[in-house]
Design a protein around this ligand. Structure first.
Ligand code: ZN
Length: 542
């Protein structure tokens, strides 16, 4: 648990070197004691440019910190950046250096940390390290920083309460006493698209940790992703018309066939995973018709006797964690050797034309146009990245070939329509970073721990759908009018949430993520190919 100091733990007194001016924010001591009692380790991560500017001494700062500990109790680590903006250090927030250092001091990794802070710099530093962030705004926090924050809380005690609530929500002991439950076959369901299936992966692994056999029911758009998930023993593919965005009419014969297929699975129980705007109840009825005795799902609608475990989750929880909490409510937890992260089956080798690992994958498209990168921006990003020395690989599905050819031009490798989802995952696995909208490949990157520059249209909440537990820089206008519309086609002329992004911001994002262009081989003295590996990117050489 990482905490910003000024404006978060104590009232912000600019460049304060006087212990007598330390004033904790209301409720801070009790909130921190709740965290300590829960066994969480605490670190303070704070920018103190007053040191660089000579406005107070290190001894004065230590006296201030001693006073903070007298008032708020002990912290396990203090991480201070003494530099100023012009110093180009890696620790001054929004750089992620302090978050990395704090995680090390606490004996963990950034993806297992939450940072609570009061300004955008805190949230950017947290995301860039792969940590979660919760913004507690003050009157001086800028509106665009509030809009862009992954999570919000009204004050420090509320942020702490939410962290503890979410921690309890993914622990089966919260719902029923611990005890060895023997489970044979579990039918898990995720009926929508590839990205949705990928973010359900940790919850499916939790089921697989206890169940002898896991059968996944998915739709045609999620099939390829389902095949990438560890823990899935069998796949049943069937389109559920009430989930599909372009639904066919419900065909009675098709529904009878689905009920028969479900009965043939012979499942002891079922766990139905859905997005927050989908209902699990039509399928729950079919599962009852198929004789499934125990059904668990998240449902705000009254389920009557359709669900045995009716789980409820407040808005704003990251999708993978939301699914994990349903698994926990149904009695399933990740194995001890496993952890809350997206994972995939081992990737095959990427296509040879991508060259050595370390390239940047630029994925401009999306099944939902509103979440894709505007093509003209993607073209400019490809050129800017190449000019900066990056090797760029442009990826896209079979129906995006025209787009990827245009974006790749003569500067990048064009893989549009030439990879399966497994091949795309392999390509992403070899990347130094991925530049992508809110769509499937962002989750492939998270699963391979490849940093993401996220061109995130705010049609759905970033904290819920952003890349999970992977170093990420968010770009785009979080206050754009498409915010929270869930639109598939951008409802605003000109797609302004992303059209205003400049390629330079993508380059800055890559720098913040520590992704540097590879050192280029010296130009060949004579002849062809010396120093350039066979199959290396055609972009940027020469
Ligand atoms: Zn620094």
């Amino acid at each position: 648990m990482l905490l910003d100091r000024d404006g978060t733990l104590i009232e912000d007194v600019p460049y304060n070197g006087d212990p007598d001016k330390v004033r904790p924010v209301p409720g801070a001591r009790a909130a921190l004691d709740r965290l300590r009692a829960a066994g969480l380790r605490l670190a303070v991560v704070t920018n103190q440019s007053g040191l660089a500017r000579g406005l107070f001494t290190e001894a004065q700062m230590r006296a201030v910190h001693a006073r903070v500990e007298r008032l708020l109790g002990p912290f396990d680590a203090w991480l201070v950046c003494p530099h100023d903006d012009g110093d180009g250090c890696g620790c001054r927030k929004p750089a992620p250096g302090l978050v990395h250092a704090a995680a090390r001091e606490l004996g963990t990794v950034p993806s297992r940390c939450v940072l609570v802070g009061d300004i955008g710099r805190d949230m950017t530093a947290a995301s860039a390290a792969g940590a979660s962030g919760i913004l507690v705004p003050t009157p001086v926090t800028r509106p665009q920083e509030v809009a862009a924050a992954p999570q919000l809380a009204p004050d420090l005690p509320a942020a702490v309460a939410e962290i503890l609530r979410r921690q309890a929500a993914v622990d089966p002991a919260t719902y029923r006493p611990a005890g060895g439950r023997r489970v044979g076959t579990v039918l898990v369901v995720r009926a929508d698209s590839a990205g949705d299936v990928l973010v359900t992966g940790p919850a499916i692994r939790a089921v697989a940790a206890t169940a002898e056999r896991v059968v996944l029911l998915c739709g045609p758009r999620g099939r390829a992703a389902a095949e990438l998930l560890p823990g899935v023993d069998e796949i049943v593919e069937h389109r559920l018309p009430w989930i599909d965005p372009a639904p066919d009419p419900v065909d009675p014969a098709d529904m009878r066939q689905l009920a028969d297929r479900l009965a043939a699975v012979n499942a002891d129980e079922a766990v139905v995973f859905t997005s927050f705007h989908q209902s699990p109840l039509p399928l729950a009825l079919l599962l009852r018709l198929a004789g499934v005795r125990r059904v668990s799902a998240i449902s705000d609608d009254y389920p009557g006797s359709l669900l045995d475990v009716r789980h409820r989750v407040p808005a704003g929880v990251p999708e993978p964690e939301r699914a994990l909490s349903l698994a926990a409510a149904a009695g399933f937890a990740l194995a001890d050797h496993d952890g809350p992260a997206l994972r995939l089956r081992p990737a095959p080798a990427p296509p040879p034309e991508v060259g050595e690992p370390g390239y940047v994958v630029l994925h401009p498209g999306s099944a939902a146009q509103a979440r894709g990168c505007p093509p003209e921006l993607a073209e400019r990003v490809a050129r800017a990245l190449t000019a900066a020395g990056h090797r760029v690989v442009v990826t896209g599905g079979p129906d995006e070939r025209e787009l990827t050819a245009r974006v790749a031009g003569d500067v990048a490798v064009d893989l549009g329509g030439r990879t399966s989802l497994a091949g795309l995952a392999a390509t992403v696995a070899g990347a130094g970073a991925v530049v992508v909208g809110n769509t499937g490949p962002a989750h492939l990157a998270a699963a391979h721990q490849v940093p993401v520059v996220s061109l995130f249209a705010p049609t759905v909440p970033f904290g819920q759908w952003g890349p999970w537990r992977v170093p990420t820089v968010r770009l785009g206008d979080a206050e754009a009018p498409c915010r929270d519309t869930r639109a598939a086609r951008c409802p605003v002329p000109g797609h302004p949430c992303l059209a205003g992004v400049e390629p330079g911001q993508v380059l800055d994002g890559l720098r913040l993520l520590g992704v540097a262009p590879p050192v280029r081989p010296a130009p060949p003295v004579a002849g062809r190919g010396s120093g350039v590996p066979a199959g290396a990117s055609t972009g940027g050489s020469g």
